[in-house]
Design a protein around this ligand. Structure first.
Ligand code: SAM
Length: 285
């Protein structure tokens, strides 16, 4: 790859990179692979507004990668300051290198590398999270497989002021590029916990509020169910729905009535309907 002809101005703590063989560039590219994300505990987030969300939620980057011109303007300067204060590695990359690091679709000119964060499972008598005045409401996603769905659900959990997400069983990775992108920065705001099916059954069995499972055979209309806090809302896998073992520990199984040809809604859509119904008493204009 020929070096980018444009000279990149440097300040202290920053490095100009024009080679795809650079170790940091190779590491960032390898974070496309789940195995590498698991081994390193790192992930990539793209775009200035997403990075500002990370900053505003108390995250610090391990690396900040800026393409040509990305450090200009007030946002560019603010991101550089944030990264410098955090002692992050700051890489000014050529357009050719950026092209290989950024998403193919709607590529961004700035990206950050972060350490993944996992929360512990909520207590059975969950308390409100952080400064939220809202009653606790945790969403469990059993065996979710689609990272686009997961990112959309992170965003919706954030928008509904829910407490966090528990990923149960064998799920897709919330720190994949697609999930992070679909979350629109909510990956930095929503606590994420994980467990296996036995852990979920133990959590649901000891839960002190309502455990509401969503099920196509549910006998209760989701609008009239009444949800006693703390609420544990359990959503099933895109193909198979809720497992029988998990459905058996739900205090109630609710259904969203439907018309038309199809037997179910998209998981992220169903989660959004449920969350905003449960939050109806707390949300107003
Ligand atoms: N064939 C699957 C089944 O039998 O459950 C459909 C799974 S659906 C695509 C994925 C998840 O979205 C379900 O497990 C449930 O949590 C939720 N869901 C979708 N449509 C729903 C509805 N009409 N009522 C309740 N939950 C629904």
């Amino acid at each position: 790859m020929p070096p980018d002809p444009r000279p990149i101005p440097l300040t202290s703590g920053r490095r100009a990179i024009t080679s795809l063989q650079n170790d940091s560039v190779k590491l960032i590219r390898s974070l496309e692979m789940r195995k590498v994300r698991r081994e390193t505990g790192l992930f990539v987030a793209e775009g200035a507004s997403v990075l500002l969300t990370a900053r505003d939620n108390g995250w610090s980057p391990r690396m900040l990668v800026s393409g040509p011109g990305a450090d200009e303007g007030s946002t560019g300067v603010a991101l550089q300051r944030w990264a410098e204060t955090a002692g992050a590695e700051r890489l000014d990359v050529s357009a050719a290198v950026l092209e290989k690091l950024a998403a193919k679709d709607n590529p961004q000119s700035v990206l950050g590398v972060f350490e993944q964060r996992w929360s512990s499972l909520p207590e059975p008598a969950a308390e409100p999270v952080g400064s939220s005045p809202m009653p606790p409401l945790w969403v469990v996603l059993e065996e979710i497989r689609d990272p686009g769905n997961l990112g959309t659900i992170m965003r919706t959990v954030d928008a509904a002021g829910a407490s966090g997400i528990v990923l149960a069983g064998n799920t897709c990775d919330p720190f994949s590029r697609e999930a992070v992108r679909a979350s629109m920065g909510s990956v930095f705001a929503v606590p994420l916990a994980r467990t296996d099916r036995a852990g979920l059954i133990a959590l649901a069995s000891g839960w002190t509020g309502d455990v509401a499972g969503t099920h196509l055979a549910g006998k209760i209309d989701y609008r009239g169910a009444g949800y006693r806090a703390p609420v544990l809302l359990i959503m099933g896998n895109e193909g198979a729905g809720l497992s029988e073992d998990v459905a058996a520990v739900c205090g109630k199984l609710v259904r969203i009535p439907m018309a038309g040809r199809l037997d179910s809604l998209n998981l992220a859509v169903a989660t959004a309907l449920m969350l905003f119904e449960i939050r109806r008493p707390q949300l107003s204009l």
